[in-house]
Design a protein around this ligand. Sequence first.
Ligand code: NZQ
Ligand code: ZN
Length: 405
Amino acid sequence: MNDFVFCSPTKFVFGRGYVDRTGAELAGAGFKRVLVVFGQGSVVRSGLLERVEQSLVDAGLSFVECGGVRPNPEVEWVRAAIEKARAEGVDGVLAVGGGSVIDAAKATAFGVPYAGDVWDFFAKKATVGECLPIAAVLTIPAAGSEASSSCVLSNDAENRKVGTNGDVFRPRVAIMDPEVTFTLPAYQTAAGVTDMIAHICERYFSAVGEVPVTDNLACGIIRALMEMAPRALADPEDYEARANIMWAGTLAHNDLCGCGRSTNPTARAGGWESHALEHELSAHYPQVAHGAGLAVILPAWMRYVWRTNPERFLSFADDVFGIEPVDDDFEPREEAVADAVEAAIDELQMFFVGMGMPRVLGDFGVGPDCIDELLATLEKTKGSEFGQFRKLTMDDARAIYESAF
Ligand code: NZQ
Ligand code: ZN
């Protein structure tokens, strides 16, 4: 097991009706005047925003609304929010939404004390230091931003989508009330579950050998998700299913599933190859939901790289799907291994497709002619070679994209 630093400072307040505790929790955490960040209307329509704001008032906090964050949030929105936060003199930022809203809130929170342009942090021209405190009322389990050290923003002018990392902007408090996810459309539920599985896989398929404690957590969470997701899709108000999925989303991305698997103790485990390939897709085509993009990219990446370390994929096949190579006198071992690994990747992809996720990139209405532009921005963000399980050149990236059509 490699050395690691596990930092998960978020206070998780998890349960039925717990949305109404938001104000009390924020007051306890020292918030006084709050910027309330939300998306494109789901929290208004469901009445959630009103409940959250009432709880702020009841706890003696004042607030300013800042709505309209789009999925795959854009830096221009953040620039305007920073101006508003400064003008209103807020001392904390509360996100009421999913990954997009939380990431927009995070960028606002570290943009306020910074004198330059907030994109500098994403262009790697600056490192986040100071940051207003952040809290989140999570409405969609998916990105894991309620506890993660990541913040991902798009820049439409440059056709880019880039992440930045820092423990300083992990939320102080995450209010997690599974009942608020009852209103999620099936597609978003499925995209969220796909993203969680990808977060676990990116760490599981790092360059490190076995770490049984971490590996069992990882595969156990994937198995639980595969049991719970069909239940939530069949009955959106199945509380147990919604609650288990919600908690899985947090554990998939707060780094618990990477402990001991990182080659650098203070960095996240894994090479994040599928995420790098997907982010280009949702950068150029903001209508692509991140999780849906991963449903296509992750299996394509797996098929391309598994021969680098078949044993790792065999562990995954066995622990997640109970698939083992069938050794007999007629089939050579290599063929039996290939059959087992490919069967596991097929199972994973069938699970995504069974939830309503796309199978090929063409399902997003794009053609292979988009690959050149995806590669151009990928190289800007990742350099000419990236990844860890297997180093990928731009030719490898092209082959993976091509195989996904
Ligand atoms: O905007 P509204 O109207 O609120 O609608 C949203 C949005 O259309 C809707 N929604 C959310 N909660 C709902 C709901 N609809 C009904 N009922 C509810 N309870 O769902 C749609 C998607 O929301 P979004 O926040 O975009 O989803 P998600 O949580 O998947 O976030 C995706 C973003 O997070 C980034 C992705 O790249 C993408 O930009 N990521 C962030 C990460 C992080 N910060 O750690 C890691 C991830 O790998 C990912 O890259
Ligand atoms: Zn993700």
